[in-house]
Structure formats: structure tokens, C-alpha cells
Write a protein that binds this ligand. Structure first.
Ligand SMILES: Nc1ncnc2c1ncn2[C@@H]1O[C@H](COP(=O)(O)OP(=O)(O)OP(=O)(O)O)[C@@H](O)[C@H]1O
Length: 298
């Protein structure tokens, strides 16, 4: 059973449409990334999923059920930076947060250990680095041992070391079996920490699935047919190859096509030659992940 199911969610703020018919499912054990540029609707999606915002239409199901207070306790969330007291220690701050959540003291110790702040727990919050502050914020989401964590831009505003700390923490928590849903505008971050991704653009879902499928480095080949060979014939032959997709005519009589990672330009050449098609030129163009992300959100 999916951990979270969003069905046909839409949200308008006055005249602004923030989400348009968003449907997605998060399976248990996945690290699910919501990827999109600023203003694409990531925060709105998480806010609706957590019941902080009301959808204009659509449904949210957690653990196969309508949202309930009991279900909500199975979810730890970090939508905005919590207000910790600067003069209190990390531990005192978490004890206060635990009190609000009705979590026990043992869960405070576990959370401090989980984020690697056990040895610094008696130090005042104000002396912490940005990365440590964010790790403490993550510790507060762990109070009460939720099965699911929902994190909005967890590395935003951190320096490179803080970013590395938070990312490795997210990976560790996922390895321990937590399902994690996180929003980010950074492709690189999603690629590093997520198993699944939904790409949002202007409130619409552009693509969703395993990171390896959606953001795979699909290379393209550029081919120039020999002068006596009609491009349409080559296009047809290419389209018939199961490991070739997205065959497109480019300018100057050139064709381009995406080739699955299992095959290379030599396979393209051989397959065409076997059908009596001779090429005057063949070139491979490696596409960066950035290029694909830009293409998806173009
Ligand atoms: N309270 C609000 N009132 C009016 N418009 C809003 C409000 N909150 C968000 N929006 C608009 O809804 C759209 C989606 O915003 P949202 O914050 O969900 O995007 P996001 O992908 O999380 O972006 P960011 O990373 O900048 O937070 C944007 O056009 C934004 O301006």
C-alpha cells in the first residue's frame, strides 16, 4: 500500500493557480523528491499533504486512509525552520519540542543520536553551525519516531559542509527504513539522495518515476544519411529499433535519436547497415542531467 497518494490535487490562491491536477504516489521505503524551479508548487503540495493548506480540489490519502490525527503522528515534517531558543541547549530545545508533540524523553535521546548531536547536546543552540542547526531541526522531526519524514528544501541556505551533513543524514535515515519525501529545486540533490522523483513545473507534473528512469543520462546520436539515402527511410528504420527512442529530424538533413544506456553508436551503425542503410556521419552527444531537467521543465 502506498504511503502517500495525491489524487488530482489543485490549488488556487486568489487568481494564481499553484497546482493543476497533481496525481502521485509515494511507495514505502522510497526517498521521493519533488523537483521543480521556484514557484512550481512544491511547498503548496507538501502543505496540502500535511493538512496545513486546504486544496481547492483533489484528495490526499496517507497509509491508504483519509488524513486523521492518528496518521499525522506517523509523519515528521519540516516545512519551515523551527524557532529554537538560542540560549537553551540542543537537548533543552528538543525537550520542549517533545513536550508539545507528547513524545517521551527517550525519543529525544534517540533523535540527538540519530543526527549526530549526542556529544553536543548540552551546548547552546546559538553556538551551532548552520549545518548543526539544521540537523537539530531534523532531530525535532524524528521525535515520536515517525515512519515518514516530509522535508521542504532541507539544505536551503546551508554552506557546502552543512549541505553534505544534511544529505548524508537523509540517506542514513532512509537506510534505516524511513520513507522520506523532500522538495528541492536542485537536480543534483535529488539525484544524490532520492530513489524517485516527480518533476513539477508551474503546478503541473511533468514526469514521475524512479530517478534512474527520469533523470537517466540518455545519450543521443546524431546521424547524417548518405546522399542517396532518404532521411525518412532512416527515420523509419531507427524508430523500429526497440532501444532507440525519440527520433527527430534536425537541421541540415541530420537526424537525432535517444539511445538506451545498453547500446551505443556502433550498434546504431550496425543495425542500419544490416538494413542496407549507409551513413555519411555518426556522432554521439552526451546529455547532461541539467540539460534533461531543463528540457523537462522547458
Ligand atoms: N499564500 C500565497 N498566496 C498567493 N500565492 C501563493 C501563496 N503561496 C504560494 N503562492 C504561489 O503559488 C505558486 C506555487 O508556490 P509554491 O511556494 O508552492 O512553489 P515552490 O515550488 O515551493 O517554490 P519555492 O521553492 O519558491 O517555495 C507560486 O506562483 C506562488 O507565487
Amino acid at each position: 500500500m502506498p504511503i502517500l497518494e495525491l489524487e488530482n490535487l489543485s490549488k488556487t490562491y486568489g487568481g494564481t493557480t499553484a497546482l493543476k491536477g497533481l496525481t502521485l504516489q509515494v511507495e514505502p521505503g522510497s526517498v521521493y523528491g519533488l523537483l521543480g524551479p521556484n514557484g512550481s508548487g512544491k511547498t503548496t503540495t507538501l502543505g496540502i499533504a500535511l493538512g496545513v493548506l486546504r486544496a481547492s480540489s483533489g484528495t490526499v490519502r496517507w497509509f491508504g486512509q483519509e488524513p486523521t490525527a492518528a496518521n499525522r503522528r506517523r509523519i515528521g515534517a519540516l516545512l519551515e525552520t523551527p524557532n529554537f531558543f538560542p540560549y537553551l541547549s540542543a537537548r533543552q530545545n528538543l525537550l520542549l519540542a517533545a513536550d508539545v508533540k507528547q513524545a517521551d524523553t527517550r525519543s529525544v535521546d534517540q533523535a540527538l543520536d540519530a543526527v549526530g548531536l549526542g556529544t553536543r547536546q548540552h551546548d547552546a543552540f546559538r553556538g551551532f553551525s548552520l549545518g548543526m542547526k539544521q540537523r537539530l531541526a531534523l532531530a525535532s522531526t524524528l521525535l515520536g519516531s515517525p515512519e515518514v519524514l516530509v522535508l521542504d528544501e532541507p539544505t536551503n541556505g546551508l554552506d557546502p559542509q552543512g549541505i553534505a551533513e544534511v544529505r548524508s543524514l537523509v540517506q542514513r535515515l532512509a537506510a534505516e527504513g524511513k520513507t522520506i519525501i523532500l522538495a528541492s529545486h536542485l537536480l543534483d540533490e535529488i539525484e544524490k539522495v532520492c530513489t524517485h522523483v516527480a518533476v513539477l513545473q508551474r503546478g503541473e507534473l511533468r514526469a514521475a518515476g524512479p530517478v534512474s528512469n527520469i533523470l537517466a543520462t540518455a545519450d543521443r546520436v546524431l546521424l547524417r544519411p548518405a546522399p542517396d539515402t532518404p532521411a525518412a527511410l532512416v527515420q523509419q528504420a531507427l524508430a523500429a529499433l526497440p532501444w532507440v527512442s525519440d527520433v527527430r529530424p534536425e537541421t541540415g538533413g541530420i537526424l537525432s535519436a535517444a539511445v538506451a544506456a545498453s547500446h551505443g553508436p556502433a550498434d546504431v551503425n550496425r543495425a542500419l547497415f544490416e538494413q542496407g542503410i549507409v551513413l555519411a556521419g555518426l556522432e554521439i552527444r552526451h546529455r547532461s542531467l541539467e540539460a534533461q531537467f531543463l528540457e523537462l521543465t522547458r
